[in-house]
Design a binder for this molecule. Sequence first.
Ligand code: MSP
Length: 665
Amino acid sequence: MRPERIRVVPRASPLTARPFFLQGGMIVDGERSDTFYITTPIYYPDNRLHIGHTYTTVAADVLARFNRMCGRDTFYLTGTDEHGQKIQQAAAARGLSPQVFLDEMVEWIKTLWQQLGISYDHFIRTTDEDHTVVVQAIFQELYQSGDIYRSAYYGWYCTPCESFWLESKLVEGACPDCGRDVSWVEEDAYFLRLSKYADRLIAYIEAHPSFIQPEIRKNEMLSFLRQGLEDLCVSRRKEALQWGIPVPFNSDYVIYVWFDAVCNYITAIGYKDPERASMFARYWPAELHLIGKEILRFHCIIWPIILMALDLPLPKQVFGHGWLTIGGEKISKSRGNVVDPLVLAEKYGRDAIRYYLIREIPFGADGRYTEEALVDRINVDLANDLGNLLSRVTAMIDRYDDGKIPAPTGPPTHLEGVARAAREKAERALDRYLLSDALRGIWELVAAANKHIEDAAPWNLQGEARDRVLYDLAESLRILAVLLSPFMVDAPREIFRQLGLAEEADAVQWEDAEWGGMLPGTMIDRGEPLFPRLDPDVVLQANPDEIAEQGEERKGMDMIDFEHFSAMDLRTGTVVSAEAIEGADKLLKLLVDIGEDEPRQVVAGIAEAYSPQDLCGHPVIVVANLKPAKLFGVESQGMVLSAEGPEGLNLIAPVADVTPGSKVK
Ligand code: MSP
């Protein structure tokens, strides 16, 4: 039978109506609503997801779990963005049909989320039949109302970003967002009248200061809007792109992938579906679209304008968080610096990954990812601070009280106040989406409880005095298990279990963090350390067996880490022309096509091994980000790779045909 709890303080719902006014995150102009609809971006499944995608999804999961624990009717949506050129190309590269390719990728993504304990309520795929039908209905409606019209598009397209760009917005001829090559598009098309709504959107953003957060992102969006908005091309011709939702009234066209994608936020909850009308009414407008800062424009300009055109309310907040970086660069597939979250979760456990991501990166700002910092967090915060606290307290209760929680007689300790403060800090921070601050607040209780063990030295106490200390420590741990429940999946459960409260874990509510919930007499059940300490020298070796096999040769070699390697921009290229340089017997001046508008001029010390006429059309690998230097008065804007062979120098070239400009990784 579940014991009645002692409630020293009467339960007060954290949802007790009270006004919130904010800097940081959540807007609540008045009271919290009783529903909480939160979304992540729907990710492109053209590749496996990485630790960056995991960051957004874990952060949204923390907020969903917290709001559920507060008794709010919560709906957490994530999913995949499955149309567009990028997916079409990725499937073709694998020699698979898009649908087969996507099904495989989605399976992997769902496994990833399951491993990480992501508690989404629905996983939308934009190839879902009901999504497709509603997107077509929306397109049709806006065409009929005149907000979508037909005209001609002349401009550029960035496939990795799936973005249209006017010539004037390109930066040195490349995509202003990702810096990659764009392709020319010239076709009859359908346009969305962004220009018509620009002033209304500016006024809306000004009147709703928390609509776009953090503040800096709001200002970016406002200045973008104030430069004037061009209407947006929202279709592609079938010849250019087959993998999309057909324009309902013209089968020569498919709908632009971003138009299709943003609509997921309403199609997933039953927009225009008579059978789910009440669901839509309950959850829309969403409380929060959590996204990375690079896709703010789509969420703060295009999406709100579609909603305005449909006469629907706008989401309450779009929060554009920062990026996880490695060596100062955004982690992304195209930069080749990705970290596989599944591998990490298997190696370190999901709670450690979840904790690290949320604790390490101040929410909203960019944050450096390093495995060293992850291991450090595990050893210090989780093993040493939290794990040891649990081991020490349960060991003492075992020893002094035969494993039974003692009754809290004697004067109360200060831990009750610290626990209340920790809960309030965590709650305030979570309400404002200041996730790392919430953990910092919770760790004040961890630290205070550890310090209390040292200060009170229960081993020197007896009777009521010792009972009080041990009760307060056990109660602090119970409260920690409650407060950590949004952030971690297994550790809170294990704390409850070791405290003899296994059943509590199933239905834990935020209000259970009220002091006094631990019933004296409860039998604890000691267990393994919560987070075993790791030896950095062992775990940070990429693959110790492999390295050992390399034997003696590597000893004494200066090793670099991946960050150093990825700082080098190596590209494939083709020599377009080669000529001798006057006065320099060993050098040749090469022009090399590396996929840029102009060939690169590279001076190479290969004249003794190659004659200029042999070099035209020769494939090479170029260090593209080497600082330019002058050699014999000729500027060299890079370097070609070569290696010494038995008969002299050889240029290094890819064995298969690759397009000039491909990244070597
Ligand atoms: N399909 C679009 C989103 C459509 S939403 C209607 C898309 N997909 S994506 O696969 O490229 O995912 C982008 C999102 O992944 C970012 O907005 C962010 O949430 C997350 N991240 C990807 N790389 C990241 C980092 N390096 N750091 C933090 N988040 C990152 O854009």
